[in-house]
Ligand binder design. Structure first.
Ligand code: GTP
Ligand code: MG
Length: 215
């Protein structure tokens, strides 16, 4: 569950924009690890499967604007699906994670994509992430397959490693980028980012996110 500090951060109204993001994908692909690497720059090999849903808050700066990211970490286990899909609505962006050493987790990406289409806003942006890039010797999913599927589904694509801190910040930066681009297009003007969102959209071209993990 969120700590008292995180709850305080979450309640902090001092921001220009709030983006609600969701991390989804099969159990054990590394969703929680990915989030902890991004927000706390930490990693543990122990596997503690997420129960239901949890969140962390991180504030980043872009063009002197304060963007508060509310990042929801969902349980991959099927039995929590009813709870987790209830959080899709209102999410502006998704990290859809699979494990490059697990063909099953990759096959499931189609289903996760369908869940996004079913339960989220039409303009929600998605980055497909092939995690555990450090386990190259156990790879079951070729990079080209990941890239091809992402293109087919209209998603951005990265391979990454929460463990070795490869492409973690880049993935979040890209997701924020595409959300900002969409807002600038005015395409998402009917999809209000959050109840706390103070303005209709970013007015400047988004560049140079600050913050993020230190790796
Ligand atoms: P659920 O909460 O059940 O949905 O799983 P999850 O997707 O949150 O997985 P979690 O982050 O708990 O990670 C599962 C296991 O994979 C843990 O033992 C992690 O240490 C390990 N793991 C996560 N990311 C990586 C990575 O990039 N490389 C390697 N080698 N192991 C990883
Ligand atoms: Mg988890």
């Amino acid at each position: 569950m969120a700590s008292a500090r995180e709850e305080r951060d979450a309640a902090d109204q001092n921001f220009d924009y709030m983006f609600k993001l969701l991390i989804i994908g099969n159990s054990s692909v590394g969703k929680t690890s990915f989030l902890f690497r991004y927000t706390d720059d930490s990693f543990t090999s122990a596997f503690v499967s997420t129960v239901g849903i949890d969140f962390k808050v991180k504030t980043i700066y872009r063009n002197d604007k304060r963007i508060k990211l509310q990042i929801w970490d969902t349980a991959g286990q099927e039995r929590y699906r009813t709870i987790t899909t209830a959080y899709y609505r209102g999410a502006m962006g998704f990290l859809l994670v699979y494990d490059i050493t697990s063909q099953d987790s990759f096959v499931a990406v189609q289903d996760w994509g369908t869940q996004i289409k079913t339960y989220s806003w039409d303009n929600a942006q998605v980055v497909l992430v092939g995690n555990k890039l450090d386990l190259e010797e156990d790879r079951q999913v070729p990079t080209e397959d990941g890239q091809r599927l992402a293109t087919e589904l209209g998603f951005e694509f990265f391979e990454a490693s929460a463990k070795e801190c490869i492409n973690v910040k880049q993935v979040f930066d890209k997701l924020v980028d595409v959300i900002c681009d969409k807002m600038n297009d005015g395409v998402s003007s009917d999809a209000s980012p959050s109840p706390n969102h103070k303005e209709a959209g970013l007015k400047d071209t988004p560049r140079g996110i600050q913050g993020g993990c230190t790796c």
